[in-house]
Design a protein around this ligand. Structure first.
Ligand code: SF4
Ligand code: SF4
Length: 351
């Protein structure tokens, strides 16, 4: 983890600036070694190639000049790339950097992961039968838990990332308590699926009836209880504002946010194509971004996306709700607090 003075300064400066993207999610590869039932990525994995390490570094330089603050590397499984250590090392000099793993690769790539600010291991439940069946891989739970514990003991800032669905809805509160009691933060995704569309950037969510949240009242209770827990305990990585928006959404179906795709966040695919979100068509490439970021074309797209209500993926809701300068700053300060807590723990262990 690199928390240099220069990086802290850049992050704070960019968080305070307007008309800059806060969050970028870069899908480094479509390859995945798992076969999750609610995911389309693995079945599409032969369709896209991948750009080189040098092209990714060039892209990161462009994002840096554009003023992005936070980069999340996802996939597929980004740890399947041989150059993941080099990419994380480079990105972490400038951005708050998070990398995702399904728990299967983290121990093999542990030195690479030391270079990231945060490692998110996706894990939906502590019920072995259920989890292995969601993943489509026997032993997936055991592997993921071992990875989380080892990374935590090695002072790598690791968190668990459950996707909330009908299958684990009633476990989420206890699941959160279990990990946060052990000093491991939890940040959440919400099950969603993509309707077939011709030209979207890439596909993620697959429709599985069992996963779809039918018990809306229980979902509201989960949000209320997480908001209460958050007041008492560190490591519940979802803002109260987001929880309130979800409560309202599941109670009434009404959205209290408008989408800020291509404004506060955007996505990049493994070939360097850029779209406001994965469900929309690519509108430029990372190398051409500086030419179009302030264009009328992008302004028109932003207006269109603001009216859009085609999905309710939690990360998009989160970055839409926290699109202003003050919200950016509060997220950054929260993240630094966690980095600070980790450094203190490392110092204490060293005594
Ligand atoms: S959900 Fe993640 S781990 Fe599972 S198949 Fe999709 S990309 Fe791979
Ligand atoms: S609501 Fe936003 S993130 Fe979702 S499909 Fe529409 S533009 Fe994309």
């Amino acid at each position: 983890m690199k928390v240099s003075f220069q990086k802290a300064l850049n992050v704070l400066k960019n968080s305070l600036a307007s008309n800059k993207p806060y969050h970028v999610q870069w899908m480094l590869t479509q390859r995945c070694n798992y076969r999750c039932r609610g995911c389309s990525v693995w079945s599409e994995q032969r369709k896209l190639g991948e750009i080189s390490t040098d092209d990714i570094k060039t892209g990161l330089n462009i994002l840096r000049k554009l003023g992005a603050v936070e980069i999340v590397f996802s996939g597929g499984n980004p740890l399947l790339r041989d150059d993941i250590g080099e990419i994380l090392d480079y990105a972490s000099r400038f951005f708050i950097t998070t990398v995702y793993d399904n728990g299967s690769m983290a121990l093999r790539k542990i030195d690479a992961l030391r270079k990231a600010d945060f490692v998110a291991i996706s894990l939906d439940t502590l019920d072995q039968k259920k989890f292995d069946s969601i993943r489509g891989v026997p032993g997936a739970l055991k592997t993921a838990v071992e990875a989380i514990e080892t990374l935590h003991n090695e002072d790598i800032q690791v968190g668990v990332s459950p996707t909330i669905s009908q299958l684990n809805l009633h476990e989420i509160l206890d699941f959160t308590k279990y990990f946060t009691e052990r000093g491991i933060p939890v940040w959440y995704c919400l099950y969603g699926y993509d309707y077939p569309s011709e030209n979207q950037l890439f596909k993620i969510g697959k429709k599985v009836d069992e996963f779809e949240i039918r018990d809306r009242k229980a979902m509201v209770e989960v949000c209320t209880n997480l908001a209460k827990l958050k007041k008492k305990r560190k490591g519940v990585y979802i803002t109260t504002k987001t929880l309130r928006a979800l409560e309202s959404f599941f109670m009434t179906g009404q959205r209290t946010w408008s989408c800020r795709a291509l404004e506060s966040f955007f996505m990049i695919d493994s070939l360097g194509n850029v779209a406001g979100c994965h469900r929309n068509e690519p509108v430029t490439t990372v190398s051409e971004l500086p030419d179009v970021w302030n264009s009328q074309y992008f302004e028109a797209l932003r207006k269109k996306y603001k009216e859009c209500s085609r999905c309710a993926y939690l990360c998009y809701i989160f970055y839409s709700l926290h699109a202003d300068v003050l919200s950016n700053l509060s997220i950054v300060l929260d993240q630094w607090k966690n980095v600070g807590a980790l450094l203190t723990r490392a110092r204490e262990k060293g005594r």
